[in-house]
Design a protein around this ligand. Structure first.
Ligand SMILES: [Zn+2]
Length: 392
């Protein structure tokens, strides 16, 4: 364990028992106010005091400093006919800043966008990976980020990056084998090169944040399963991303799902295949997009549905203990709809229901993402919102 991580672990352990310092309290109050303005839109200082539980004086003081920072603005008097003195509305200046987001999940191309604070994509840029790894891949990413920052029409609040691999909360890529990154302080490198705040997180975790903030997902427990070249998952519980002991929470792609010794209901999955991680039969070996495409190539409609259902069944079996252990409300699948929605998703839900208590499974939703292909980009924007403003 590195010194930084050890310190972080201690901080986490100590947090409940240490005294809250005045500057911590102020930061916390500031994000409560920003959070309220972000989610509920413009309101008066009195409304803010009521919804946050802060005093009028504290709210007025915070609003004054947020106005000085240029993040909040006054929007005139409330027009509706309420008793008493009408309050001046204050609102987040969603039009005054933009966010740069990059999605590195695709092995072939890096996808980037400029988004406004409401999550709307304003500009898109992408760049070919061309097999670059290590330092060359970092330089290519810096190039794409520079292009995006230049394409923004307002000051850039920060850059958010969703990358495959295990990534610590400081934005250091602990390992991302496909990029040849091991202990690469990616956020710090990009920050130095670009001169703006940078936040980096695992792509599946990023997709979970995007779903949570912009995809209308449940706030009482959400798992987002990302299916592409690989299979990953991000979990949001009680409004916070689950990091796990070694920042690798959600690595469901490398749970063994096909075993030589079992032949569940004669499901036609064949012998377990070798996985990129060196073991055999991982969920990724049957559920990754290339694996599913190979499995259904050349099949007629009926055989195709049977094959997809067999894969879905394995997914349901893997999800059952995870969703039960955390009593999650929702599982969202992100990936190609034509493969994943339909027999695969239905079989996954059926297998999941068979294997869990009705008290847990009857309310669980298993649905496709509403963010299309932009899940990671939206989430990368949320990384910046939460890192810079404390808003998720
Ligand atoms: Zn594996």
């Amino acid at each position: 364990m590195t010194a930084g991580r050890e310190l972080q672990r201690q901080r986490r352990l100590l947090r409940p028992t240490t005294k809250v310092l005045p500057e911590d309290a102020r930061a916390h109050n500031r994000s409560m106010v920003l959070q309220q303005l972000f989610h509920s839109g413009p309101c008066s200082r009195a409304d803010l005091a009521r919804t946050t539980g802060l005093t009028r004086v504290t709210v007025s003081d915070l609003i004054a400093s947020l106005m000085t920072e240029g993040l909040v603005t006054e929007l005139g008097l409330r027009s509706e006919g309420k008793v008493g003195k009408p309050g001046t509305l204050v609102g987040l200046r969603t039009d005054a800043f933009q966010i740069v987001a990059v999605d590195l999940a695709d092995d072939e191309r890096m996808h980037g966008a400029v988004l406004d604070l409401s999550g709307e994509v304003r500009e898109r840029r992408s760049a070919s990976v061309e097999g670059r790894t290590g330092e060359a891949a970092v330089q290519a990413l810096i190039g794409l980020c520079r292009e995006l920052v230049a394409a923004a029409s307002y000051p850039v609040l920060g850059v958010g990056v969703g990358s495959p691999g295990v990534i610590d909360p400081e934005g250091t890529v602990v390992q991302a084998p496909n990029r040849g990154w091991y202990d690469v302080p990616l956020a710090a490198l990009l920050r130095d090169a670009l001169g703006v705040p940078v936040h980096v997180a695992n792509d599946a975790n990023t997709a979970a944040l995007g779903e949570f903030t912009y995809g209308g997902a449940s706030d009482t427990g959400l798992l987002v399963l990302t299916v592409g070249e690989g299979v990953g998952a991000g979990i949001v519980l009680d409004g916070a991303l689950v990091q796990g002991h070694e920042h690798a929470a959600g690595e469901l792609g490398h749970v063994t799902a096909v075993d030589e010794r079992d032949d569940v209901d004669g499901a036609p999955l064949g012998r377990p295949a070798r996985c990129a991680c060196g073991r055999t039969g991982c969920l990724e070996t049957v559920l990754s997009v290339p694996a599913v495409r190979r499995r259904i190539a050349g099949l007629d409609a009926e055989a195709r549905d049977t094959a997809l259902a067999a894969v879905g069944r394995r997914l349901g079996i893997v999800l059952a203990p995870v969703v039960s252990a955390m009593n999650l409300a929702e599982v969202v699948i992100s990936g190609p709809r034509e493969l994943l929605d339909g027999p695969l998703r239905e079989a996954a839900l059926a297998a999941f229901r068979e294997r869990t208590m009705p008290a847990i499974s009857s309310h669980v939703e298993l649905r496709m993402t509403s963010l299309g292909e932009d899940g990671v980009l939206s989430g990368a924007a949320v990384l910046v919102l939460s890192g810079q403003l404390g808003v998720t």
